[in-house]
Design a protein around this ligand. Structure first.
Ligand SMILES: *[C@@H]1O[C@H](CO)[C@@H](O)[C@H](O)[C@H]1NC(C)=O
Ligand SMILES: *[C@@H]1O[C@H](CO)[C@@H](O)[C@H](O)[C@H]1NC(C)=O
Ligand SMILES: *[C@@H]1O[C@H](CO)[C@@H](O)[C@H](O)[C@H]1NC(C)=O
Ligand SMILES: *[C@@H]1O[C@H](CO)[C@@H](O)[C@H](O)[C@H]1NC(C)=O
Ligand SMILES: *[C@@H]1O[C@H](CO)[C@@H](O)[C@H](O)[C@H]1NC(C)=O
Ligand SMILES: *[C@@H]1O[C@H](CO)[C@@H](O)[C@H](O)[C@H]1NC(C)=O
Ligand SMILES: *[C@@H]1O[C@H](CO)[C@@H](O)[C@H](O)[C@H]1NC(C)=O
Ligand SMILES: *[C@@H]1O[C@H](CO)[C@@H](O)[C@H](O)[C@H]1NC(C)=O
Ligand SMILES: [Cu+2]
Length: 585
């Protein structure tokens, strides 16, 4: 009976699809260098699409298939696209990170992303190749919902992207950031903040109307405080999850987070009003002279009237997203099957540079993309060892309730993102609370806030839960691009045997060709060994640890004179290169 029922249901759903409810939305993206000057201060090479920058938004409707044909015309960098926040349920091979679910798309090559979207909301897409999205390859991705619970509450919707902007290209900035000349790991500070890849944006407002503002932080580093003068925001969606409408005067949007807010216009056109994005300068180790952390725009009711300068706010007191309640009232998972504990620290390795670590391991991409290891190793795919010694891998069983306990043993704020899922945020400490103590845990929220990117506070912790109901290879990483580059990444290998049932033998030829072009293997363990899966000889590794007895933090200067000798570079003058200071980012 069960069998005949399910074989009956399948044709029905196919019928609905072919009945015209779902469309295929196709984008042909030729990725290449253009020039841009969004802050009117500095013209620089920027990564555009089809000769243009800002790059186009991707827009579809719930249920649609999205096809993105990417041609890499960059000539000097390989690329990739990640569709941030989309679960890629059944299509982990379309998720984007090179060396994880695909090989990078080499200059001159093409690659097709092809997947369906069942989740409405505000997302974005960006390169997942080293340091590349801050150079321009990032844009909004909106999935409309004919059945939105809030659709009767607004008249129009407006997309606003927030970001930080660098005048220098990432390639050079990264070389300086992860270097013996920057032992404290001070991150480059952005030169400007942008809204919609510009400044002084005007948004036309009609009195009496209610607007849905879909806001995305596409920045590389800076979180932004956002507020609209004399208008209240009503939060209705965070990271693709509908929330009970909740008022906020100011929100704090980390890199990669999204907020949809309703704003009801005044009934008269007597004045125009500023809105502001203000970069959180706590993240910056140094505040360069003349930096303007703010970007201003205006709600323009009357073009003939002034656009008043924003008033200074006394204090940044943003809304606490932890208190949001999802519309679906999904209850907190009260039973956990699998706890993944991640202790975060920053430290130096013996090349003198500063790296980021989970559980004393800094992520290094494997030789074989982790997905291809999982698909080519049969029953051994459940053995974490085959994925290498530098990938911070965790193998999750089918449908387990997984809990990530993240202890931030660093004085910086970090926005953490999980691919493939939204998670329940069941606990988040204040700063300086130290590590999570399960025996003294706060009471579970009944219907916890869910999202895909969450701030963890300085020397604090956060506890996240989700059900492993989406076979795939999913990264969990800090979304500060500097920290991605310095290794703050873990790899979740979710239900690898279920994944083999879904995808073994089904990776499209153009994906395999991408590996062939760049000479990367597509079978075997992290080192490309197909014979002895436990032999990782030749795998990619991080630089070694500092000699025993040396802990870099606090005695950086001493350590570095030792390393200089160690490396035979005794003549390097540390103090001339970079002042040694405590790291706060
Ligand atoms: C925005 O306006 C400010 C203040 O007038 C100005 O300094 C800045 O250059 C403007 N930005 C752009 C992109 O026009
Ligand atoms: C890549 O090409 C762009 C555009 O010509 C150039 O500005 C950039 O410096 C190049 N990057 C590298 C690493 O050579
Ligand atoms: C996308 O995938 C669907 C389903 O597998 C397939 O029918 C379609 O041909 C694919 N489209 C492209 C452009 O690859
Ligand atoms: C901001 O940019 C998005 C595309 O990224 C566009 O859809 C939207 O209309 C822009 N908003 C305004 C107010 O111009
Ligand atoms: C605008 O007018 C309507 C109807 O007169 C009223 O219900 C609403 O509260 C007013 N809105 C504002 C923002 O004053
Ligand atoms: C940016 O905005 C904040 C908050 O209103 C204000 O304190 C600060 O002075 C502004 N900075 C500049 C350079 O305008
Ligand atoms: C993935 O799809 C399966 C059904 O095919 C569903 O049970 C599961 O909840 C989905 N997972 C996510 C994260 O969307
Ligand atoms: C896979 O695991 C089995 C059992 O542990 C082992 O005997 C076999 O050699 C492994 N396969 C490879 C290719 O290493
Ligand atoms: Cu970080």
């Amino acid at each position: 009976m069960a069998l005949s029922l399910s074989s009956f249901l399948v044709p029905i759903s196919l019928l609905l699809v072919s009945g015209g409810y779902c469309a295929t939305v196709t984008y042909d993206f030729d990725v290449g260098w253009v020039h841009a000057n969004p802050d009117e201060a500095f013209n620089r090479p920027t990564i555009g699409i089809n000769g243009q920058w800002p790059i186009p938004p991707i827009v579809a409707t719930k249920g649609d298939r999205i096809v993105v044909n990417v041609k890499n015309s960059l000539s000097n960098e390989s690329t990739s696209l990640h569709f941030h926040g989309l679960y890629q349920n059944g299509s982990t091979h379309m998720d984007g990170p090179p060396s994880v679910t695909q090989c990078g798309i080499a200059p001159g090559s093409s690659f097709t992303y092809n997947f369906t979207v069942d989740q409405p909301g505000t997302y974005w897409y960006h390169s997942h190749s080293r340091g590349q999205y801050p150079d321009g390859l990032r844009g909004p991705l909106i999935i409309h919902d004919p059945d939105s619970p809030h659709k009767d509450l607004y008249d129009e919707e407006i997309v606003l992207t927030f970001s930080d902007w660098y005048h220098d290209l990432m390639d050079g900035l990264l070389a300086g950031f992860i270097s013996i000349a920057n032992p404290s790991g001070a991150e480059p500070v952005p030169n400007a903040a942008l809204v919609n890849d510009t400044q002084n944006l005007t948004v036309s407002i009609t009195p009496g109307k209610t607007y849905l503002f879909r806001m995305v932080n596409m920045g590389a580093f800076a979180a932004q405080y956002v507020w609209f003068e004399h208008h209240t925001m009503q939060i209705v969606e965070v990271d693709g999850i509908y929330t009970e409408p909740t008022d906020a005067d100011m929100i704090y949007m980390t890199a990669a987070q999204r907020y949809s807010v309703l704003i009801t216009a005044k009934n008269t056109s007597d004045a125009n009003f500023a809105f502001v994005g203000s970069m959180d300068q706590d993240l910056f180790d140094v505040i360069p002279d003349g930096l303007n952390p703010n970007v201003t725009g205006w709600l323009v009711y009357d073009n003939g009237k002034d656009k008043p300068a924003p008033q200074e706010v006394d204090a940044f007191e943003p809304f606490d997203d932890f208190t949001l309640v999802p519309v679906d009232k999904e209850e907190a998972y009260s039973h956990v099957d699998h706890t993944v504990q991640l202790d975060l620290k920053m430290d130096n390795l013996n090349d003198g540079a500063n790296y980021a670590f989970f559980n004393d391991v800094t992520y290094v991409a494997p030789k074989v993309p982790t997905l291809y290891t999982a698909l080519s190793t049969g029953a051994n795919a459940t053995d974490p060892a085959i994925y290498g010694s530098n990938t911070n891998q965790f193998v999750l069983g089918a449908n387990e309730v997984v809990e990530i306990v993240l202890n931030n043993n660093d004085p910086g704020k970090h926005p953490f993102h999980l691919h493939g899922h939204a998670f329940q945020v069941v606990s988040r400490s204040d700063e300086e609370a130290g590590s999570y103590d399960a025996s003294n845990a706060p009471e579970l929220p009944a219907t916890p806030m869910r999202r895909d990117t969450i701030l963890v506070r300085p020397n604090g912790n956060v506890v996240l839960r989700f059900r492993a109901d989406n076979p795939g290879i999913w990264l969990f990483h800090c979304h500060i691009e500097w920290h991605v580059a310095s290794g703050l990444i873990a790899t979740l290998i979710e239900n690898p045997l279920g994944l083999q049932d879904q995808l073994a033998g089904k990776i499209p030829q153009n994906h395999l060709d991408a590996c062939k072009t760049s000479n990367e293997p597509t079978e075997g363990n992290a080192a490309g060994n197909t014979v002895d899966l436990l032999d990782l000889t030749g795998e990619y590794k991080s630089p070694g640890e500092l000699p025993a007895g040396f802990t870099a933090r606090g005695i950086v200067a001493l350590v570095f004179s030792c390393i200089a000798a160690f490396l035979g570079m005794a003549v390097i003058s540390w103090y001339g290169i970079q002042p040694v200071k405590a790291k706060t980012g």
